[in-house]
Design a protein around this ligand. Structure first.
Ligand code: BG6
Length: 795
């Protein structure tokens, strides 16, 4: 007789006898059989969590009427792996609510129901499929479903999914669930590729992508907590009341033993793109009207993803623990010269472009080899009470809600609400209020200053999720859309950090304040960076500090030269002086700005340091534009908007993007976009003479969108023209030489070593605008100033 039935019936009869449930036993036979296959069944994750989780499932469901069989699959032959599997299975422990006798019985049955199978070739899967079907047929049991848990490296997913699809699909009417562990790709395109590959073998509703954080009790209660306490939270869950949101996972462990994985991923891909991002969306998404409506939850999550501001390397501070590189050299057999740039620590600031959260920083941070193990999300509220005397009173202290996932000083999962906020309601009977505390502090407040809620029984995340898989509850898993939205958010940051050197840190308590970081507007910096810079400069001797801003002549015009940072400081200051003079004299400052990457540092400097700049009286014009919608990342206006305009207070009426898109088409001559822009300039700018035009210069000598070989005089007296670029997108709109040369001041910004050759060449050539359009810049009555950094000037 098949051991599954035997065991299930034996157990059920015991259960029935013990509890006197005859009804349950009848129901039991009708619910069917579930086969569980853990591929990678003797691997680390399976040993640590999965078998334990499936054992809890078994203990929990055995009297519900299902029968089970369990298979640990692996590449090793049966005789080698079977003893290993049984060692692991013997170690599983019972849920607390089970009596000792019952535990022994359930465990014995569980062991009888499990076996090892070699799962390597297609034939192995074919044999497994046949075995499962044959057993069901022989015993005449109805099949409920087949659950495959792929606890193997992600590169093997597509191949195994195909083998399952070809050989192991269940009998008609039964379900197939295939569980996948992260990583699901390492960036947007690899995640998309994996999704397509898996999609060829499995339907979306058959895939369960695990993020074990969604199984943590506190994380899974974020939405219910927000719902249950909405009468308090609705008023304060916004930028007006929240100072910042912190989502933190600190670990004391290193990456030793899993370097081959970690080296490809690093901390952002390992835990931030998934675990911490999921927590962020749960905290910030609009509350769905029905919390268990998977579609609505996903829709609201996606809204957050699409409102996240694009990240670049300025938004992150990254570090690497000192011993990591040697571990890489050893585990990956690299030479002593090998340097890894993989971050093991990251502090990242995210902003959400929604009226509710505008300007409110969300900080995501995680690292290996830190001083303690703890995971939490903290909502820190603004405290508008100004305390005169009783500073120790709770009203003078931080107002905060802490979702503590586990570990840390508290050592148990909990939701804490500081008493100066409100008394929270319990979400359900599985949670209780803690009233007796150990004498500990949590994030700056003694525990007695909090209301503390905790689960009545602590459950392991994997055990929770395994139960949800069995129940077919898709809401605890990551959908393909969710996954791709997350990768599309994180990929630009990962790309922009690819060549960044992480700060080295010693690890543990010795890190001291090395990893503290500060938020400067939209920028994240290590807090003690300035000190490090000074030290380097001093050690470096006659380095940067010996060069001051230098003035001279270049191509018979004025030139200002300095190291990049000082040059930007100087150019921004010159712009402010020009703006103040113009406003004093005529009440208006007309500024025309270019695209490209050189002016970005200038835009950021203006946004972050020039608070007295007369923005209200400034009109911003475009020097040139690419023929793409203004919302596209390629658009010069979009760059200007993202780096400057959205950060300064100026009237929308004074912002003048080029009308490249008219009548739902781009840069069509007969739509007269160029003429329209010209007529705006003529009407608004005194004598069509801008106060300041900022230009750059390309390697080929182009400036604005005036390229070598274009008929620069074909536009005659026009101020604005359509032009052609050799690079994509080819079509452009540009101010003409005439418009630029009418300006009162023209600044040409040239930065970076890559421009050195150009600077040298230009210093030698005569004016020849057809070949070198930049040489056509000769303001008629205004002044031309070259701003060239030392890298470009000296190479
Ligand atoms: C895993 C990461 O997903 O999460 C590990 O791969 C990390 O590097 C772990 O240690 C943290 O999870 P927890 O549950 O220990 O906080």
């Amino acid at each position: 007789m098949w051991k599954v039935v035997w065991a299930a019936l034996l157990l059920l009869s015991t259960v029935c006898v013990q509890r006197g449930y005859t009804k349950e036993a009848k129901g039991a036979q009708s619910l069917g059989h579930v086969s569980v296959v853990i591929v990678g069944g003797t691997g680390d994750l399976a040993k640590k969590y999965l078998w334990q989780g499936f054992f809890h499932l078994y203990a929990n469901q055995v009297s519900s009427g299902y029968s089970f069989s369990f298979y640990g699959g692996g590449l090793s032959p049966n005789d080698k792996a079977t003893p290993i599997l049984f060692e692991v299975l013997k170690g599983v422990v019972c849920p607390r609510e089970l009596s000792v006798e019952r535990c022994a019985l359930v465990k014995e049955q569980f062991l009888r129901l499990a076996e090892y199978r070699q799962l390597n070739t297609s034939e192995d899967y074919q044999a497994l499929g046949k075995h499962l079907t044959e057993q069901l047929r022989q015993e005449g049991i109805v099949e409920a479903g087949r659950l495959f848990y792929l606890s193997v490296p992600a590169f093997a997913y597509a191949d195994i999914a195909e083998k399952i699809n070809n050989n192991c699909r269940p009998t008609d009417g039964a379900w197939l669930r295939v569980v996948l562990e992260k990583p699901f790709g390492h960036d947007f395109s690899s995640a998309q590729l994996l999704s397509t590959q898996l999609g060829a073998s499995l339907k979306d509703n058959e895939m369960y992508r695990i993020d074990h954080y969604l199984g943590k009790q506190v994380v899974s209660k974020i939405l219910p907590f927000r719902r249950e306490n909405s009468k308090h939270l609705d008023l304060i869950w916004n930028k007006h009341h929240i100072e910042r949101v912190e989502i933190v996972l600190k670990e004391t462990l290193d990456a030793k033993g899993r370097i081959s994985f970690y080296e490809q991923y690093g901390v952002i891909r390992d835990v931030i793109q998934n675990h911490l991002t999921e927590v962020m969306t749960l905290l910030t998404m609009e509350l769905p009207s029905n919390l268990s409506n998977t579609k609505e939850v996903l829709k609201n999550k996606l809204k957050i993803f699409s409102a996240l501001q694009r990240l670049d390397s300025n938004c992150a501070a990254i570090g690497q623990y000192q011993a990591y590189n040697a571990e890489v050299q050893e585990e990956l057999s690299k030479t002593r010269e090998h340097f890894s740039l993989t971050p093991t620590f990251a502090g990242i600031m995210v902003h959400i472009d929604l009226a509710q959260y505008e300007g409110m920083p969300v900080i995501l941070t995680s690292g290996k080899m830190l001083d303690e193990r703890v995971g939490y999300a903290r909502i820190l509220f603004k405290n508008d009470i100004f305390c005169i005397q009783s500073h120790s009173s709770v009203h003078c202290k931080p107002k905060q809600i802490v979702f503590s996932f586990g570990h840390g000083t508290l050592q148990y999962p909990a939701i804490l609400v500081s008493k100066n906020l409100f008394k929270p309601d319990l979400m359900d009977t599985e949670w209780k209020e803690v009233t007796e505390h150990k004498d500990v502090s949590v994030l700056g407040l003694p525990i007695s200053d909090y209301y503390v809620l905790t689960p009545t029984v602590e459950r392991e995340a994997y055990a929770e999720l395994i139960l949800h898989i069995f129940q077919g509850r898709k809401d605890s898993f990551i959908s393909a859309e969710n996954l791709l939205a997350s990768w599309s958010f994180w990929t630009p940051l990962l790309q922009s950090l690819a060549d960044t050197f992480p700060r080295l840190y010693p690890g543990g308590a010795d890190n001291g304040n090395m990893l503290d970081f500060k938020l400067l507007g939209r920028k994240v910096n290590f807090a003690n960076e300035a000190l490090v810079m000074v030290t380097q400069d001093h050690i470096g001797g006659s380095g940067r500090e010996s060069f001051q801003v230098m003035q001279g002549k270049y191509r018979s015009a004025d030139m200002v030269s300095a190291w990049p940072e000082e040059l930007i400081v100087r150019l921004a200051a010159d712009l402010q002086v020009a703006a103040e003079n113009a406003v004093r004299e005529g009440g208006r400052f007309h500024l025309a700005l270019s695209g490209g990457s050189s002016p970005l540092a200038l835009f950021q400097r203006l946004a972050r340091h020039h608070y007295s700049f007369p923005w209200r009286d400034t009109h911003v014009w475009m020097v040139d534009e690419q023929c793409v919608p203004l919302t596209e990342l390629d658009s010069n206006f979009r760059t200007l908007h993202d780096h400057l305009l959205q950060h300064v207070k100026m009237s929308y009426f004074n912002i003048h993007p080029m009308p490249v898109q008219m009548n739902q088409r781009l840069c069509v001559e007969e739509d007269s976009g160029a003429l329209l822009y010209e007529s705006d300039i003529t009407q608004l700018v005194n004598a069509s003479s801008f106060h300041f035009v900022l230009l750059g210069v390309g390697d080929d000598g182009h400036t604005a969108s005036l390229f070598p070989g274009s008929k620069l005089d074909a536009s005659g007296n026009s101020l604005v023209a359509f032009t052609e670029s050799p690079a994509k997108p080819h079509q452009r709109m540009s101010l003409t030489l005439k418009a630029i040369n009418q300006a009162q001041k023209v600044g040409v910004l040239v930065m970076g070593k890559s421009k050195h050759e150009l600077v040298t060449q230009l210093s030698r050539v005569k004016d020849n605008p057809k070949h070198w359009p930049i040489t056509g810049i000769r303001p008629t009555s205004g002044r031309l100033v070259w701003y060239i950094d030392y890298d470009a000037l000296l190479g």
